[in-house]
Ligand binder design. Sequence first.
Ligand SMILES: [Fe+2]
Length: 366
Amino acid sequence: MLKAINHEITNSSTNELILEFVELRKKTMELFNPLKTEDAVIQSDPFGSPPNWHIAHVTWFYQKILEKHSKESSKIKNTFKTSEINTDYLNSYYQQFKNILPKDQRGRFPRPTVSQSIEYRKTIDKSIINFLKTFKKKLPENIKYDILLANHHEMQHQELMIYDIQNYFARFSDPVDNYNIKNINKKPDTRYRNSRKMVEIDGGIYNLGFKGIGFSYDNELPEHKIYLHPYKIDITPVSNDDFIKFIEDDGYKRFEFWLADGWEKVKSEKWNSPLYWFERDGKWFKKDFTGIKEIDLEEPVVNISYYEADAYAKWIGKRLPTEAEWEKAASWNERLQEKTPYPWGNENPTEEHANLLEKVIMGVIR
Ligand SMILES: [Fe+2]
């Protein structure tokens, strides 16, 4: 889980927005910097992207915002200079900007080069800061939203980079040939691991979606009423131990647990365990950023697909929650009688609440 930068950011001043922007951009480069140049330009799988592409693409997103607002005002245009590099490789899905490079081609065109991408980031960083500084008194809502959107977009790409890097290094059998991150420094809190308890949630009318102050994506709008039946939901994630029981009960060999297209995948791609797992002398192992280690039975199962999660739920006699059930369980605060960004309320997460990127990244040091 990534730490959200600041949920109260829309109420903050321009200066605070600049500080958050700087911190966010720094975090991306902390993820990128441990990579060797050769590792940074490889697309490890068609479903992923090269790290170099990630850091340039998120920068291109900010450039598009600068270009958009410079059309509205020549005063704004004079405050920044965008980069001269060829950005034709950096559009992902945005039809309005044309020149979309198919996703599976990103590793075949390592342009801009790594050094160009880094320079490009520095140029756009300066431009965004200069741009924001022109709004000392009041930042227009539409510009604030665009910058927040770009910030959240970059946070999404930080997560994507982490799972792309996991996918990339898992291919090398040498355990020390790895992503040598610097900030693994603390054991996570294990108090709430794997309780197997469920909690009851009331049914009735529920307001699904986002309303209020702060950032949301457009697909969270508008808030609208839906009806929920009462339901129960697990209070902790499914553990590796539980998932191994599913494997040992031939979960990957019994079609009755699987959706039809999921079962096709199981057969055609020979699935027999979560991604990255391998068996040695009757035990399950995985290579993560701490090397090759035996699967920790108490940790939540990760790197499974929707199909595997659904099959597991059917096997154990439950089902996956709907979006509305999950949203209510995660965000409805009975004490405050309102939805809050986190189950405990409005306060930003600390290491008491979650294993944050800042503390433990993709692995547990023991
Ligand atoms: Fe993107």
